[in-house]
Design a protein around this ligand. Sequence first.
Ligand SMILES: C[S@@+](CC[C@H](N)C(=O)[O-])C[C@H]1O[C@@H](n2cnc3c(N)ncnc32)[C@H](O)[C@@H]1O
Length: 282
Amino acid sequence: MTTPEVPETPERSAAPERSPAPGPGPASAPGEGNGGSRRGNDTPEPRVTAMFDAIAPVYDRMNTLMTAGLDEGWRRKAVKAAALHPGGSAIDVACGTGKLTFALARVTGPGGRVVGIDLAPAMLIEARRAWGDQPGVTFELGNALALPFPEETFDAATIAFGMRNLASFEEGFAELARVVRSGGKVVCLELSTPRPRWFGRLYLGVFHLFAPALGTLFRRRSAYAYLPHSLEGFPDPREIAATMRRVGLRDVRVKRLALGAVALHVGTVARSEKDAGQEPPG
Ligand SMILES: C[S@@+](CC[C@H](N)C(=O)[O-])C[C@H]1O[C@@H](n2cnc3c(N)ncnc32)[C@H](O)[C@@H]1O
């Protein structure tokens, strides 16, 4: 189900140029990329939290159903992209039930440290129940847009299917990059709208019918109606890559998965010329 890696043009700007943070509510960027992508999620944070709290007990089963079990393989690719080593450290933001958190901890091992952060308390209850007693793994309540850690705390930061829920995508990437040491990785696994455009529209149409219908199975119809809504207007992979570069990430790579329905982005935090690698300022 994977397509080849999309080569990205290396970015040549030295200083990260940050666009102004959008305020709460709909944040669109007309004229950017595909001409209408949002810069952030327009659903208020308390509603997002309430929805994820409501679906927490059925979240893993729904995921397996909706992705036909492919999500495990996508998370494995995200772990590989994080380039961790035994004894290393990572933060898994919007960790949900902690599947990716634990997969990262399998690499860093008992001598390492992996922290899962999420805004929804019920998700953290599920995560702690499943993985909480693993050495080197902790779960904490926290907001992706204000991570409770100093700069350069971790070797890598990951976010899986969480970015599109944030009020500002750029602020989300900036926060991920802030807590990672120079040379470390920022990894984002997220839903995407397949191309060409007509196929993307068809896909979204089907998704709008399919997601709430599946949610009905678990008596969570309205929460699952949010899913296609959160994907609509979400920036395409090239725009996401550009956003990552704007917050100062270098060597940004994109891999499209599942015929373009999922995108895996990875960028390197570069606070020194050495870590900027083949992307010197120009
Ligand atoms: C679709 S789930 C993904 C969970 C998990 N990462 C996975 O791969 O299955 C999205 C998660 O993002 C969390 N979330 C949404 N907004 C957040 C925020 N501002 N800060 C932290 N977590 C957030 C939700 O509570 C939810 O658990």
